[in-house]
Write a protein that binds this ligand. Sequence first.
Ligand SMILES: Cc1ncc(COP(=O)(O)O)c(C=O)c1O
Length: 150
Amino acid sequence: MNIRYFDHAATTPVRQEVINEMLPYLGIEYGNPSSMYSIGRSAKRAMEKARRRVAYALNAKPNEIYFTSCGSESDNLAIKGIAEANKNKGKHIITTKIEHHAVLNSCKTLEESGFEVTYLNVDSNRVYKYWRTNKCNKTGYNININYVCK
Ligand SMILES: Cc1ncc(COP(=O)(O)O)c(C=O)c1O
């Protein structure tokens, strides 16, 4: 069967180079990097090295790189983290009705703690009419999540 797979945001095959890099940490170097004993410290060194490499590849600083266990954790960390850290600048979040539940539930939690959340409809091109017609003139700190405007 000829498969065309387009959902790499959900899961993706791991490249052989990555598998090769990871193999020692799945077997021999299995330490918990938060622990103090030697295999933990060794794993911590490897993790910090990986953090520096990712930062370099993204032209970022190592302390700007966070490793998470899954997409849902990333959504929660990014959305709630940015919203809470910047709530003195505004408490209005803009998202769409078609986001992943990890995004929608993060927004719902923020809504319950006093943020205003606008859930946009999308049209057949997935273009936010809200953006396209430039009606987004509320002041406040906005987060535009997922998918790209045309
Ligand atoms: C935006 C978004 N958030 C979260 C997830 C869920 O990821 P996970 O199963 O790794 O928590 C997905 C999966 O497709 C996603 O696209």
